[in-house]
Write a protein that binds this ligand. Structure first.
Ligand code: PRP
Length: 211
C-alpha cells in the first residue's frame, strides 16, 4: 500500500468537479462514479484511493497524514492554517470572502462593529488590518440571517454568485480575499511519495483553467 496515493476530496459540488479533473488527469476510479453512499473508493491499477470528507475536514486528514493529498478551499486554509504544503491553485470553486450588510447600513466608527461569521480568524485579521474594533459572533451557517434579525451589523462570508445576498436584501460592502480550491499535501507524504505527488500535481495543474 506504500505506493498508493490517498486523496481527501471535499464532499459536494466542488468535490465532483475536483474528481472530474483528477480523472481527466489520468487518475480515474470507476467505483466513485456509481450511485451509492460509500465514502472510500479505490482503483488499484491507477494506485489511487479517494475519500469523501466534509470540506472543512479535508485539511485535518491531510495534516495528520490520513490522506496524502487533498483539495481544500483557500478559505479553510486561511481560517485554520493547517501544517500542510499548498501545492497548486486548481482554479475551481472560485468565489470571494466579503463583508456584507443591509443595503441601508452605515458604519458608525464610534461603536464596536458586530460581525457574524463562520470565519472568525479571517474576520479578525481583516479588521485588525484596518484598525477597527469588532465583536465576533461565531455562527455555523445561514450567516445572512444575522444582520436581518439585528444579531450583527455586518457579516463576513463567502460570495459566489451574489444571489444569497441579493435575495436577503444584503449587499457586499468590501472584498477581503479571492478564494479558490487548492491542492494540498501532507508534509510527510510529500517527502516519502515525492515522485508520485509531484507527477500528480503537474498533471492536475496542467488542466487548470487560468485567469
Ligand atoms: C455559502 C455562503 C453563502 C452562499 C453564497 O453558503 O455562506 O451563504 O454560499 O453563494 P452565492 O453568492 O452563490 O449565493 P453554503 O452553501 O456553504 O451554506 P452555509 O449557509 O452553510 O454557509
Amino acid at each position: 500500500m506504500t505506493n498508493w496515493i490517498s486523496v481527501a476530496l471535499p464532499k459536494g459540488r466542488l468535490g465532483e468537479k475536483v474528481y472530474a479533473r483528477f480523472k481527466a488527469a489520468g487518475y480515474p476510479c470507476p467505483s466513485i462514479e456509481e450511485e451509492n453512499r460509500k465514502l472510500i473508493f479505490e482503483n488499484p491499477e491507477a494506485g489511487i484511493r479517494y475519500f469523501w470528507v466534509k470540506p472543512s475536514d479535508v485539511a485535518i486528514y491531510v495534516e495528520r497524514g490520513a490522506a496524502d493529498i487533498g483539495v481544500a478551499g483557500k478559505d479553510i486554509l486561511l481560517e485554520y492554517d493547517p501544517d500542510v504544503y499548498e501545492l497548486a491553485d486548481l482554479g475551481l470553486g472560485k468565489c470571494r470572502m466579503c463583508v456584507a450588510a443591509r443595503k441601508d447600513f452605515r458604519d458608525r466608527t464610534d461603536r464596536v462593529l458586530r460581525v457574524a461569521t463562520k470565519f472568525p480568524r479571517i474576520a479578525r485579521r481583516y479588521y485588525a488590518s484596518i484598525s477597527r474594533d469588532i465583536d465576533i459572533i461565531h455562527l455555523n451557517g445561514s450567516i445572512e440571517i444575522a444582520p436581518i434579525l439585528g444579531l450583527s451589523d455586518v457579516i463576513v462570508d463567502i460570495v459566489e454568485t451574489g444571489k444569497t445576498l441579493l435575495e436577503n436584501n444584503l449587499e457586499p460592502k468590501a472584498d477581503i480575499v479571492p478564494i479558490s480550491a487548492r491542492l494540498i499535501a501532507s508534509k510527510v507524504s510529500y517527502k516519502f511519495k515525492y515522485q508520485q505527488i509531484a507527477e500528480l500535481c503537474r498533471r492536475v495543474e496542467s488542466l487548470s483553467e487560468k485567469g
